[in-house]
Design a binder for this molecule. Structure first.
Ligand SMILES: Nc1nc2c(ncn2[C@@H]2O[C@H](COP(=O)(O)OP(=O)(O)OP(=O)(O)O)[C@@H](O)[C@H]2O)c(=O)[nH]1
Ligand SMILES: [Mg+2]
Length: 226
């Protein structure tokens, strides 16, 4: 439970996002109304991402080990704020909704607030990802007695103190699901706010949707035993 926002630490993993990261950082700078620090965890990008981040107010951490989850975990360890926001650096999430995400957590006395993309009128999520997400979310809700609409949202506000009570093992895409499993098991309150989504404009996706989908389903099953 976080009743007051002292500082928001925004953690952004990047791997070759030179075409996207500047706009993401500029939007945060413009929109975020809370005291904040921006932490970019970069996987040794070779396309100029590092130079763009160095030229901004954001703090840069280079993490050469591969993995979306690992990058987020490293950034979260370094975070000083009592609220941590995780978000991709590829410009697909609606950065300007960051305040409603943080406010959604605080207003509901929740440990986490997810930005759900399932009510997005633009339907910017690809069909394969949409169907996969629905299937994963259905399994998750059934097995962990939750009622989420978008378990795969990577845009989340999280209470720092709640994060400290949980140990993570996953290093790649299943990290986001592992977090939901562990928070659900601890009966931490998780809420959702509506957001929108955009197609990736530059760069390549690092997600291998089919492989990641299988890994995420395996993580959901493994979580029942641990
Ligand atoms: N530091 C670091 N960042 C990574 C790594 N893999 C992915 N990322 C970043 O993590 C975020 C999510 O990865 P994406 O490739 O966008 O995956 P996705 O959001 O599922 O796929 P899209 O549909 O293309 O948006 C992006 O900002 C990536 O640059 C990695 O190994 N290290
Ligand atoms: Mg993305």
């Amino acid at each position: 439970m976080t009743s007051k926002v002292e500082m928001v630490s925004v953690v952004i993993p990047t791997l070759n996002e030179a075409g996207n990261i500047r706009e993401a950082l500029d939007t945060l700078d413009r929109e975020l109304i809370f005291p904040n620090e921006i932490i970019v965890v970069d996987g040794n990008s070779t396309d100029g991402t590092i130079e763009i981040v160095k030229d901004s107010k954001a703090r840069l951490i280079i993490e050469p080990r591969r993995g979306y989850g690992l990058a987020l975990r490293v950034g979260m360890k370094a975070a000083k704020g009592n609220v941590v926001v995780m978000v991709d650096g590829d410009g697909t999430y609606e950065f300007k909704h960051i305040n409603r995400l943080v406010q959604g957590m605080v207003d509901n006395d929740a440990e986490m607030c997810l930005a759900t993309r399932m009510y997005d009128p633009n339907k910017a999520m690809g069909l394969f990802n949409f169907v996969g997400n629905k299937l994963i979310t259905f399994c998750f809700n059934m097995l962990y007695k939750q009622n989420f609409s978008d378990t795969q949202s990577g845009f989340r506000a999280i209470s720092h103190s709640a994060l400290e009570k949980v140990n993570f093992k996953e290093t790649d895409m299943p990290f986001a699901t592992e977090m939901l499993i562990k928070f659900s098991k601890k009966r931490f309150k998780i809420v959702e706010v509506h957001s929108t989504y955009k197609f990736r404009r530059y760069g390549k996706t690092k997600l291998k949707p089919f492989n990641s989908g299988i890994e995420i389903l395996a993580t959901i099953l493994k979580g029942l035993r641990s």
